[in-house]
Design a protein around this ligand. Structure first.
Ligand code: HEM
Ligand code: FES
Length: 354
């Protein structure tokens, strides 16, 4: 929540998170190298460099799968939200592990010829029309470039300066990078008898990632159909339910006729509505709660005042607000969003028109 560049603010939670990830990576790499050396011993032995390339590459791909699963897991079960907090740290760490994999691979496979290793990487294999001899490393290189772009713009400074929607679009490229990496691993395995364990694990990972995304999408679709479907007054007002059906300091999320989600909060006897989309990274505001009088996003804790959607000073973020009213003992929200930061009159949970 800052307009200028502020260095990463380390907290105990972030240090603990990063230390756990570093320890996990060290254990993974140690186990991978140990098991590979034991398995590929004797006349079928493979060099330490190749084992290291595979250990780093598979470690990066495991981390990438974890990153892709965290979002849908947090939507399916709020207990996963704490691991979502520092997902960007995980992204930067994944890029560094992938960079180490690529550096060792380029050094080992392209570092001993007369050509500059990077030039050799780009020019030594141009069999783009052959599946069996496809230059699979180029796919890895493209994925690495995308991961670099994402890691380099992961700081809130870029989120603010690129605008939330451009930043989000840029970071959605992770799915394109993932597709490139599926090609990198599958086509790489077709060469030099690398075996089918890599592609088999990649396929299982793809099933898990897509399964979780489909399950999370279905959950939200059902939720949208189950709430706020009753539209009254020329399609402008959406029924939310009785005031006491909204838990204290929490929200009920409804879906407007055009599909946007609205979070309707009840706190201190008042009812107010804001967009369900957080200005930070699009987190589901309606799954957050009111803390110290402010709606608090469940993902990274950005806060907004219920009555005008503005972050408390010194922050300057704003989100769209909606008009609310109580008619016949039912809360109704106007489906038309007001410009971000527009003050509204909260409805009194005990009052209303009959
Ligand atoms: C310039 C970029 C890259 C180059 C030159 C490169 C090169 C290679 C090479 C040569 C192999 C085959 C290793 C062997 O078995 O002999 C390989 C495999 C692999 N790479 Fe990359 N790679 C790059 C980027 C990436 C990235 C960004 C990732 C993941 C984030 C990745 C993940 C993998 C995986 C999972 C394998 C299969 C490992 C296994 O079979 O156990 N690579 N890569
Ligand atoms: S998405 Fe990060 S605080 Fe809301």
């Amino acid at each position: 929540m800052s307009t200028g560049y502020v260095a990463v603010q380390w907290s105990r939670h972030k240090r603990l998170y990063d230390a756990s990830v570093a320890i996990g990576i060290a254990i993974y790499l140690g186990a991978f190298v140990g098991v590979s050396k034991a398995f590929w011993a004797g006349e079928h032995g493979i060099s330490d460099e190749v084992i290291l390339i595979r250990a780093l590459g598979s470690c990066a791909i495991v981390l990438l799968h974890i990153i892709l699963c965290i979002g849908p897991l947090a939507r399916l079960d709020p207990r996963f939200i704490p691991i979502l907090y520092n997902r960007r740290h995980l992204g930067v760490i994944t890029f560094l592990v992938a960079l180490a994999h690529a550096t060792v691979a380029v050094g080992y496979y392209h570092g001993f010829g007369v050509l500059n290793p990077f030039r050799s990487l780009l020019t030594s294999n141009t069999n783009f029309s052959s599946l069996r001899a496809f230059p699979f490393e180029i796919l890895g290189l493209l994925a690495l470039l995308i991961m670099f772009l994402m890691a380099a713009t992961s700081h809130d400074f870029w989120l603010k300066n690129l605008s939330a929607s451009t930043w989000k679009r840029l970071h959605m490229l992770v799915y394109f990078a993932y597709g490139l990496l599926i090609g990198h691993v599958a086509l790489g395995a077709l060469q030099a008898d690398r075996g089918s364990i890599g592609p088999a694990l990649m396929f299982s990972g793809l099933c898990i990632v897509s399964g979780l995304h489909i399950a999370a999408g279905l959950k939200e679709y059902r939720k949208d159909r189950g709430a706020g479907t009753l539209v009254v007054d020329a399609g402008e007002w959406v029924d939310v339910g009785a005031p006491d059906e909204i838990p204290t300091d929490r929200a009920r999320t409804v879906c407007a006729p055009k599909g946007e989600r609205i979070a309707v909060f009840r706190s201190a006897g008042s009812i107010s509505a804001v967009t369900n989309i957080c200005a930070h990274q699009g987190g589901p505001i309606g799954e957050g709660k009111v803390i110290d009088g402010c709606i608090t996003c469940p993902w990274h804790g950005w806060q907004y005042r219920p009555q005008d959607g503005c972050s408390p000073p010194p922050f300057k973020e704003k989100i769209a607000t909606y008009q609310v009213r109580i008619v016949g003992g039912r809360v109704q929200v106007n489906a038309r969003p007001l410009p971000p930061g527009t003050p509204t009159t909260p409805a009194l949970a005990s009052g209303g028109l009959s």
